[in-house]
Design a protein around this ligand. Structure first.
Ligand SMILES: Nc1ncnc2c1ncn2[C@@H]1O[C@H](COP(=O)(O)OP(=O)(O)OP(=O)(O)O)[C@@H](O)[C@H]1O
Ligand SMILES: [Mg+2]
Length: 392
């Protein structure tokens, strides 16, 4: 099975590109499911149909589904949460607080991810395309399996009598029933995490437009995905104004501004492939129009294949210092110029310019040396010295 997840800032075209990819995949003979985790029902609008929380066949090989996270949560997690609330209340904790305590943060997302995967497996789908919510929520969604494991371990820890806080928490010790349920869920979350980070199964694709703010958000997403070890295999640059002889000054200006950013996108996300989708004068609605869009984006390629393998950035710790490693197979070594401001860093090598969003651990550090090793740029970071701290 292949799982492809499109993510990006609100309104960039995630739903459109997800649906287009799914249509093309189905046309190429693969049993394909496109799922939206967004409550706004835009996937249904985009496909010009009605969708429910059960996969629905729209045409040969093409199925679509809109997951209602709240519903899923009530079904999947509700019973367990209820019994947890009851236990807490029995132990004298007031009802509102018990409700709150029983709510593991992000549980709704976990349950919906588990269900998407289960549906996909039970329905024997070859390809699942996930039309995710805007970046912040998606990053939260993808960080949940790890957060959940942390919570689960805490709950088990309480049961097993670990932790110095035990006397205070004695009243809140989970019952065997809860521990069993959490254990079972924990196993499923672990399996899910493995599937979501397996590069032969799952691929994450940021969608951008040639706009600074949009690119910035995609870079941040790229950093998070890299940190969590989720494989990215390409970027879609949507709403690209095509070259033309524009008489209108506004259009001419817009085209030129986009053109610079479009080139920047290719450099910044290298070595990932960047697919471009043209800006159409009308919304792209319905299976036929979506199929045509996908053909423009992917040409004869199979849009579901794995387009890139290997991490796009790695952080290697060496004692107190860190090395940020960026594979740049197509860049010839030249003089490297770096500038860093907080968590934003720009690396210039000859005509090549790349923006990087640094993870928190590197944001406070000083970039000291940059060199090419095995077709990758390695930037060394160390604790900031007093002087450079001021200039940073
Ligand atoms: N290349 C394009 N040319 C013209 N219109 C487009 C293009 N891509 C998307 N649109 C239109 O832009 C609107 C927003 O697109 P879409 O719903 O796919 O974005 P989204 O990223 O899913 O948004 P949200 O963050 O709200 O979920 C839609 O009306 C869609 O038809
Ligand atoms: Mg959408």
């Amino acid at each position: 099975m292949r799982i492809i997840l499109y993510l990006g800032k609100g309104g960039v075209g995630k739903t459109t590109v997800s649906a287009a990819t799914a249509v093309r995949s189905a046309m190429q003979g693969k049993r394909t499911l496109v799922v939206s985790t967004d409550l706004a029902h835009s996937l249904a609008d985009c496909l010009q149909t009605n969708l429910t929380s059960e996969p629905r066949e729209l045409t040969t090989n093409l199925w679509a589904q809109e997951v209602n996270v709240l519903d899923e949560m009530r079904q999947g997690w509700g019973k367990l949460q209820e019994s947890m609330t009851k236990t807490l209340r029995k132990q004298g904790i007031n009802a509102v607080l018990a409700d709150e305590l029983a709510l593991i943060p992000g549980m709704d997302e976990i349950v919906s991810l588990i269900n998407i995967y289960r549906n996909a497996r039970d329905g024997n789908f070859d390809v699942v395309v996930i039309d995710a919510a805007p970046t912040g929520e998606t990053v939260r969604l993808l960080s949940m399996p790890d957060t959940f494991q942390w919570y689960a371990a805490k709950i088990m820890g309480l049961q097993n009598g670990f932790g110095f806080a035990r006397p205070f928490l004695k009243a809140m010790l989970p019952t065997t029933e809860i521990v069993e349920a959490v254990n079972a869920l924990s196993e499923r979350v672990k399996a899910l995490r493995e599937v979501l980070s397996d590069p032969t199964i799952s691929s994450y694709r940021p969608v951008v437009n040639p706009e600074r703010m949009v690119i910035k958000e995609a870079l941040r997403a790229e950093t998070y995905l890299a940190l969590f070890g989720y494989p990215i295999d390409g970027v879609v640059c949507n709403r690209v104004i095509q070259a033309g002889n524009y008489q209108d000054a506004f259009m001419q200006d817009l085209y030129q501004t986009q053109e610079k950013l479009r080139q920047r996108i290719h450099q910044t996300f290298a070595p990932l492939p960047v697919w471009e989708a043209p800006y159409r004068s009308r919304e792209i609605l319905g299976i036929e129009a979506l199929g045509q869009l996908a053909e423009t984006i992917f040409a004869d390629e199979d849009p579901t294949r794995v387009f890139h393998q290997g991490p796009v950035q790695e952080i290697i710790q060496q004692g107190d210092s860190y090395i940020l490693r960026l594979p740049l197979p197509h860049v010839e070594m030249d003089k490297v110029v770096m500038s860093k401001k907080g968590d934003e860093m720009v690396v210039e090598i000859g005509n090549f310019k790349r923006d990087i969003t640094l993870p928190a651990v590197l944001a406070n550090q000083e970039a000291t040396v940059a060199k090419f090793v095995n077709k990758a740029l390695e930037i060394h970071f160390g604790a900031p010295s007093e002087q450079t701290d001021k200039s940073a």
